[in-house]
Design a protein around this ligand. Structure first.
Ligand code: MCN
Ligand code: CUN
Length: 829
């Protein structure tokens, strides 16, 4: 297949909104192809209660696993007494580190050059860490058994914050490593000297400290698995909540020593992942080990609090940003220093070559000549993790930094923040654009997006209302926050761009059956994103099939082609590309069969996208659809073609994709209570050509809700002893529909020039782009009184303090009318 067909978008996909017909709105047929709002195929089973999640799986003779967890954040394990638990009739086994060591399963690799004990042998490093496991005939008994395991601890002083972990005499979290401090890595990007020079020369500089708090991804379904060792087949089958089944199969095989062809990972329906289901957790390994030893299926499913307290958290970036500019607002340099808390193990899902992930996207949508950044990461006695939550590898923190700094600069210059953005946008003509930190942005038209956004929300009128309220000394201040972010999604590319030092491909296999319908198997794994629909749409479009006649399968490593899974919004950029290319390979073969059937030379056969059929050049009546060709491909294939109509593609993308957006958040800040009411949220996303605009809109709704939760409510907190003080949904506050305003979605279309269907990813954009819009809005409401920053989550008490410090707060008593006579009331007692 020529590289032209492989890599370039079809002409149809190259049109952008202003030039020619919009490919999305008018795909010209009603087969459910590109750009059609096809209803989600998977929803039939979900809304009729027939989804099949890990906890729905029940197997003959299945046992249940409960983990015994440490109440302490930092402690030596002195002894473990399992006797009382083992005496219970229902308890089949109690496992400790010793038992796992006997099978060489004492440790497991994290996703980043670190090793974590599956069950603690010597020292506990964070609260709720796994110490032992009880396997019983039912879940309740397992739980009772876990309570009967007696563990003696010798507690140690914990270190809970990265700032304290830096101290020379701080407790050392990881004596198991060859170091006597808590430092993990220092990572640097950009040119420090040139950046410093730019700062020295700049007439205007602004500095701001901001903390991106520790967050939890909070999928509806917690993590879990059913491991089933088949002694006859010597095969391990694990149904698990996995965002990356093949990668997990390889890991499982490496950890256990079971040959990879004897490991089958199945990711059934997954109730949300948001990055939480990228890593491997001890529970998976314990369940598999138990099943191997006991030769019975073993189920392990977390409780909510276990999910919050022990699985990969996100963010925890303490950032100091600096920005330099000319007096008229042209940004000349940006610099950032980060102190990162990675918890007790370096378990972040990021390539070792880029320990700070994609953080170097912190120049954002702006053409900034000089940039420099450092990230210093530390171990602390808190749960491991530090990246994966709808963020694409530290993009969230980077976007927050730059979008906040641009706002801070506008304040310093007394300029409109929209104007500062406009002035510094990478111009549309400059793409592909190489940023000063080394990314090549594929395409963008930021000004068009901003213009459309400002017009849609009637920005000028909002600014007038804001001023009116200030002039009237209104109780409620109006704030308008902008975020014109750029995302980076689609991990790979592989070796060409040398991101992880490994190929980051993905795959698709298409089989068109003799009667003309098709099965597509993909290497990426949906957790709610709707792949069963959108990937079918890609094939429907490319092959002229009806979307109903295309079935998408994923999540079973025994049948699907090897793929690296779903994270970094890579399914569309990489898996979607593989699917389109595989479909084009099928089409090429179909063309040869068509020429045989139509009895004309192959050059005289043309593909007509509109009708979804091949016809003879100049004779549109003499045509054949793929359905018609399918039968012939098996039963009457030309002498020089193999029978059958199928193709596989492993797609190694030439670049990442760079979706972007223009978000506007309008808030009212109550000067009496500190409450922030998000009046409206406008989200314009540009993810290139959209496969299914309705699904994209759904992604944006969910993502903005999560971004609002981030800005307003969520924070995994610890006390000084390392106790998680927000380890359940009573204390870790997720937004409900009450806190989420009407979200207005919008779009522009700037196709990716290197993607076969011109699409970019969108799954994480709204979570990445929305928090700075909300914070910018709240700051904006109070900036006339000198407020320059409010840290997230912007809870009423925190905002009230800021209002109070700025002299904006209204004492609630002033507005209250007491009609109770206090003295009289007490006299009644
Ligand atoms: N899509 C489209 N047109 C585009 C881009 C995307 O129609 N131009 C569609 C896709 O085909 C897919 C959906 O939108 O059905 C999301 O696509 P994409 O941006 O490729 O992202 P992924 O499918 O790779 O999903 C991963 C991304 C990540 S990394 C997190 S975290 C997250 C997110 O998706 N987790 C989610 N959204 C989620 N949504 C749900 N419901 N559940 C999660 O766990
Ligand atoms: Cu960064 S969370 Mo998503 O990539 O699975």
């Amino acid at each position: 297949m020529s590289s032209e067909t492989r890599d370039k978008p079809d002409a149809k996909y190259r049109e952008d909104e202003d030039g020619g017909p919009n490919p999305e709105k008018d795909c010209g047929h009603d087969r459910g192809g590109m750009g059609e709002e096809v209803k989600r195929k998977e929803d039939r089973r979900f809304i009729t209660g027939r989804g099949n999640y890990v906890d729905d799986i029940k197997k003959e003779g299945m046992l249940h696993c409960e983990i015994v967890r440490s109440p302490h954040a930092h402690a030596n394990v002195e002894s473990i007494n399992t006797e009382r638990a083992e005496k219970m009739d229902e308890v089949v086994a109690v496992l400790t580190a010793e038992d796992l060591a006997a099978h060489d399963l004492a440790t497991m690799p994290t996703l980043m050059d670190d090793t974590q004990e599956v069950l603690v042998r010597d020292k506990v490093k964070f609260q709720s860490q796994e110490v032992a496991a009880v396997i019983a005939t039912d879940r309740y008994a397992a739980k009772d058994g876990a309570e009967r395991v007696e563990v003696e601890y010798d507690t140690l002083d914990p270190v809970v914050e990265a700032e304290k972990a830096k101290d020379e005499d701080a407790p050392v979290v990881r004596e198991d490593l060859d170091q006597d401090d808590n430092h993990i890595f220092t990572w640097e990007t950009g040119d420090e000297e040139a950046t410093e020079e730019a700062f020295e020369e700049a007439p205007v500089t602004v500095e701001e400290d901001m903390y991106y708090q520790r967050l939890h991804p909070a999928p509806i379904e917690t993590c879990g698995c059913v491991a089933d060792w088949d002694q006859d087949d010597e095969k391990m089958t694990v149904h698990m909540t996995s965002q990356a089944p093949h990668a997990h199969r390889t890991l499982f095989s490496m950890v256990s020593g079971i040959p990879e062809n004897k490991v089958r990972i199945v990711s059934p329906d997954v109730g949300g992942g948001f990055g939480n289901k990228v890593p491997i957790y001890p529970g998976y390994v314990v369940a598999a080990a138990a099943s191997y030893v006991l030769e019975r299926p073993v189920k392990w499913v977390e409780e909510r609090s276990e999910n919050i307290q022990t699985t990969s958290f996100a963010r925890d970036y303490d950032m100091t940003g600096r920005i330099a500019a000319t007096e008229d607002g042209e940004i000349t340099a940006v610099d950032v220093d980060v102190l990162a808390d990675h918890g007790a193990y370096n378990a972040a899902a990021q390539p070792s070559k880029f320990p700070a992930g994609f953080f170097k996207i912190f120049t954002g949508s702006y053409d900034i000549e000089h940039a420099h950044g450092t990230v210093d990461a530390y171990y602390t006695n808190t749960a491991p993790g530090g990246i994966a939550y709808r963020c694409s590898f530290r993009v969230t923190e980077a976007v927050y930094l730059i979008e906040r700094m641009v706002k801070a600069l506008a304040q310093e210059l007394d300029m409109d923040p929209a104007e500062v953005r406009r002035k510094n946008f990478i111009p549309k003509e400059a793409f592909p654009y190489e940023s000063s930190t080394g990314w090549t942005y594929d395409s963008g038209d930021y000004e068009r997006a901003l213009d459309k956004a400002l017009e849609s929300v009637d920005y000028d009128e909002l600014r007038e209302e804001q001023q009116r309220r200030i002039a009237n000394d209104d109780d409620k201040l109006l704030g308008i926050g902008l975020s014109t972010f750029t995302e980076i999604v689609g991990a790979g590319p592989g070796k060409q761009c040398d991101i992880a030092g490994v190929e980051m491909f993905d795959s698709a296999e298409i089989r068109v059956h003799p009667t003309g319908n098709a099965t597509v198997r993909i290497g990426v794994q949906t957790q709610g994103q709707g792949h069963e629909t959108t990937f079918a749409q890609i094939v429907a479009e490319e092959l002229g099939l009806d979307v109903e006649d295309v079935t998408v399968e994923h999540g079973d490593t025994d049948t699907e082609p090897y793929g690296l899974g779903t994270y970094a919004s890579r399914s569309t950029p990489v898996g979607g590309a593989a699917t389109a290319v595989a479909a084009r390979k099928v089409r090429e073969k179909a063309k040869s069969i068509a020429s045989n059937e139509l009895e004309v030379a192959e050059e005289d056969v043309v593909w007509d996208r509109q009708s979804g059929a091949f016809h003879v050049k100049g004779a549109p009546d003499r045509s054949l659809t793929i359905e018609e060709i399918a039968g012939a491909s098996y039963m009457n294939s030309p002498p020089d073609e193999e029978p059958g109509l199928e193709a596989v593609d492993y797609y190694d993308p030439p670049n990442m994709t760079f979706p972007f957006g223009a978000y506007v958040c309008v808030v009212e800040v109550d000067r009496e209570t500190g409450e922030v009411d998000i009046r409206n949220f406008y989200a314009l996303d540009d993810c290139g050509n959209r496969i299914n605009p309705m699904i994209v809109e759904g992604q944006v709704h969910g993502g903005v809700a999560q971004g609002i939760g981030t800005a307003m409510l969520e924070h995994v907190t610890y006390d000084d002893e390392g106790n998680v003080t927000a380890g359940d949904f009573m204390n870790y506050l997720l937004p409900t529909s009450m806190e989420i305003p009407e979200i207005e979605t919008d779009y522009t279309v700037t196709p990716s020039p290197h993607h076969p269907i011109g699409a970019k990813g969108v799954g994480e954009s709204p979570t990445v782009g929305s928090p700075p819009a909300v914070v910018n809005a709240v700051v904006d409401a109070m900036e006339h009184a000198g407020v320059t920053h409010v840290d997230m989550p912007m809870t009423p008490d925190r905002v009230w303090e800021v209002l109070d410090d700025a002299g904006l707060a209204i004492d609630p008593a002033e507005n209250m009318e007491f009609d109770i006579d206090v003295e009289d009331a007490s006299a009644d007692d």
